[in-house]
Design a protein around this ligand. Sequence first.
Ligand SMILES: NC(=O)c1ccc[n+]([C@@H]2O[C@H](COP(=O)([O-])OP(=O)(O)OC[C@H]3O[C@@H](n4cnc5c(N)ncnc54)[C@H](OP(=O)(O)O)[C@@H]3O)[C@@H](O)[C@H]2O)c1
Length: 328
Amino acid sequence: MQSYRLNADRALEWVEGPTPAPGRGQVLVRVKATSLNSRDMVIANGLYPFPPSPNLIQLSDAAGVIEAVGPETTRFQVGDRVVNSFNPTWFGGPLRKVGRMYGTDIDGWLSDYAVVDEHALVSMPGHLSFEEAATLPCAALTAWSAVAGVGPGDTVLMQGSGGVSLFALQFALAAGARTIATTSGEAKAERLLGLGASDAVNYAETPDWGSVVRTLTDDRGVDLVVEVGGAATIPQSVEALALHGTISLVGHLGGAGQGMDLMPLSLRFATLRAIGVGSRSDLEEMNRVLSQHRIRPVIDRVFPFSDAPQAFDHFAHGSRFGKVVISR
Ligand SMILES: NC(=O)c1ccc[n+]([C@@H]2O[C@H](COP(=O)([O-])OP(=O)(O)OC[C@H]3O[C@@H](n4cnc5c(N)ncnc54)[C@H](OP(=O)(O)O)[C@@H]3O)[C@@H](O)[C@H]2O)c1
């Protein structure tokens, strides 16, 4: 088995070892593709809030094929195409305990094989390639959770063109909502409009983009903001928000910011809800909608397994539009 582990110097190290056999209730997955997320950069940079265990196989997201099944498995057969659930022990309902996570507490998916509990997997949507399906566990499910409850007549604001925001745009459109995007570049604005955003506002050139969004909505404001900037951008999100609107707090890409005055939030009668990816049951529901609407993830680049370090470098420093994938 060939894998990349994050060594004590925080470098990705190619290692080879025996392919494990699945035990009771476990399956052996032949990994066909994995994808990168912001979390993987945070781990690799040593900035994860809980110190990760050393020398773990990296990456939380994968798609692959069941190669072998252990005794007493019931969910899958050899040959089934599967995707992993981001949180391997959250099956549905409210999360009671975070549990052990890929790449920080247990081995992740940047490997040609992985043995996992069969309950940590779901069936892969049939219309997707392995590369596309590998983008679903974290970014797509987070976006799905962030736009939950949105419907026709609603307006949703996405910040930037990162992995979560692009999925949020696709899910909000599928739900019948109007979508407005912010982005920092003209070329990206064009691509966001091409994906179906009704408007794209340049947040780099327009620091008070919240009032621009208000104008675009005839001063009503948007019903939901997918907040990936965090403390630095949330004041503008509140400015853009309709009365009784919701902010789905997803990320903190903008850094610490200046702190937030809560009065504007009160004056909007707003709901602030923090998002934590989603459960296996949420993933299954999301996949049904993906399949029904034939939604295809936006992929920026696919790297071969041998170039995994370059994929990390591209994610961290390159100009991206869509998900970065590593294929076997
Ligand atoms: N809570 C959860 O469950 C959860 C799950 C997944 C991710 N997250 C977090 O959510 C955030 C987004 O994740 P991701 O995977 O989508 O990241 P990503 O792909 O790295 O997003 C990068 C893009 O975000 C946009 N961006 C960066 N800074 C911004 C700012 N200050 N204002 C507006 N847009 C900005 C930029 O878009 P443009 O280039 O278009 O300007 C950039 O290209 C990260 O902080 C991540 O850690 C949280």
